[in-house]
Write a protein that binds this ligand. Sequence first.
Ligand code: PEP
Length: 251
Amino acid sequence: MRKPFIAGNWKMNKTAEEAAGLAGKIKENVGNFEEVDILICPPYTSLLAAGQAVKDSLIELGAQNMHWENSGAFTGEVSPQMVKESGCKFVIAGHSERRKYFSETNQEVNKKIKAAISAGLLPIVCIGETLEQREQKKEREVVEKQLKEGFDSLPEEDLGKITVAYEPVWAIGTGKTASGEQAEEMHSFIREWFKNAYSSQTAEKLRLLYGGSVKPGNIKELISKENIDGALVGGASLKADDFTEIVKNSA
Ligand code: PEP
């Protein structure tokens, strides 16, 4: 049985002070909620404040990105150790906004996954097709390539440290959610891919999150599906009450 997992991606929102406020409210609401694993991912500059605010609770902290090198001349970047030092247990890799606006490639995602694991971080790897690719019926092909290249030469023992988030790009921040059936179809395809690439045992343990306009009103249907183990939530994770309801509705 895979434990439900709800992760909030705050994107480029919330100053340190605002982040402490939001994280504090989430802690008040679900800080001791044991039925669901809960993660918040504030921007880098708000990690310490948010981390302080959720201290002594079950809520985990994650970063939204990182570089794969440990140090060096990479102006504007943040290393795995820096992320770890900021109190993070998790890090998101390959979010579609990173792929779209910062041209992040599958090869870079692969390096980030490996660097995160080496640093003792748990990666949440995002994959998903654009609207154009879905209209061309290429969603499986696109996702398969992201998996093949993103997980290239990743040893089976590391898969237990990974969460995969299927986020159809056309559903992110658009208010359009994939239907439960559409999402489950892709999740089942993704789990099959892991079964073939690794083993059934490992694939069965892997948590697969859905992302794309998840709200308190649609999470129950999504999480009721066999291969959907939780959600990566953007917009609704910025409202303590909505996020709380999503968490509670996932139990
Ligand atoms: C996301 O940022 O990963 C996301 C799914 O955003 P939203 O919930 O706003 O669609």
